[in-house]
Design a protein around this ligand. Sequence first.
Ligand code: NAP
Ligand code: MG
Length: 496
Amino acid sequence: MAPPASSRRSRRPAPELLFGDLWPYDPAPETADPRIRAEYDLFIGGRFVPAADGTRFTSINPATERPLTELARGGPADVDAACRAAASAFPRWSRLPGAERGKYLFRLARLLQDRAREFAVAETMDNGKPIRETRDFDVPSAAAHFFYHAGWADKLAYLAPGRTVAPLGVVGQVIPWNFPLLMLAWKIAPALAAGNCVVLKPASNTPLTAVKLAELLQEAELPPGVVNIVTGPGATGAHLLAHPLVSKVAFTGSTEVGKVILRSVAGAGKRLTMELGGKAANIVFADAPLDQAVEGIVNGIFFNQGQVCCAGSRLLVQESVAERVVAQLRRRLRVLRVGDPLDKNTDLGAIVSREQRDVIRGYLRAGVAEGAELWQAPFRAPARGFYVPPAVFTGVTQSHRIAREEIFGPVLSVLTFRTVEEAVEKANNTPYGLSAGVWTDKGSLILRLATELRAGVVWANTFNKFDPASPFGGYKESGFGREGGRHGLLDYCAVA
Ligand code: NAP
Ligand code: MG
């Protein structure tokens, strides 16, 4: 047993807390039953059906490395069946009065709320992210997206007053593993509100909440074929997006795969939305409320273990306060809890997969090899699972790989600047342009940066704030098209 914290503290004058000083909390596991079946089939035409070739794959829990469930591995024949089901559901669904379509979306939102704890536990087990985030962010935000778009379903005429707004037909949607249920909601809710039918492929690391949602679709009595879910690998996604019945492609994932998709569908006349990677600058000026800024930096890069497309992975801090901000940041990071994602006290859970953990470790090595200084929060690794403690690189230059490439992990690169012009130039010096953060006391500076930063979203004195009514999307290699709000809905409509 360690001596009580008070007696240890008296012997240690150092201002920075050591690992042993973390308050010893009792375990606080979330105990709701995730209701995970041993096997899941594909969801096509309103029914669960096995893959045509009968093959399956396993989804694991990255916090324990144990298998969670077996899923059907959809192939080209299954994709074809799903696209046909969607195409045959489309005429009736698109002609339903908007208010009727809205009823289904409201129903789905409420069913998701009813089973929020169950979905939160399932998402945490499949992805490794902390229960606090799935419970307080992923699941409520997913429900909010269904509610928001339910409200639009009978008001489509107001999207583009004086013009005709029509659905596009069958939409092919492929999503990543970092916010599995939320990305599904971002995709399905606007597509259905606008009168489209959907075939969606979730990421193979995190397919669980998508197939669980298929159960809710049945419970909501959504007409068969309006939403079809085909689980499987990347190749299944490629078949789907290239399918001739798909008239709109909506992809969220890496820039690399986005480019492959763009090449494969070029000239096919499909409408496209690409939500790709990012390397956001979080810019802290000397006049900013620094305590709040430090919280914003932590939230910006360590939320969801840094596996966030809009993560504030580059901290640009004004030189005069850089030392203070970094010291404060390290103090804060020492008391973050890394560990069992199902524990309600956990701040950082597991990385989604062994591969992703190894990619992050590769970047940690690259940063050190290129001459940046690495600091990592003290951390006791659990016996199993893929964990990476918070990491901060100082002495980073713009040419370092850790400053240029998307790491998608809990790794912050700190750069400094002196003038506003230098901050803007450094922030924009990236092939990406998804998001940015600005911390300052001056409203005029915020407005100036909001126009000068080439980023789809610019947060001011906050970070990682989302709302279904607020469009989200990128510039440059972060993609095109928007999700959320009126703009996101218009991307699912033909306007004449
Ligand atoms: P990814 O490797 O690009 O995979 C994304 C999805 O595409 C997965 O479902 C994947 O299937 C599938 N896929 C792979 N190859 C494909 C192909 N040739 N054709 C069609 N689909 C294919 O990305 P990830 O590693 O899952 O996710 C991380 C990336 O997503 C990051 O770059 C991040 O920035 C980005 N992201 C962007 C946003 C945004 O809104 N801008 C939001 C979240 C994430 P498998 O899983 O089976 O391989
Ligand atoms: Mg999994």
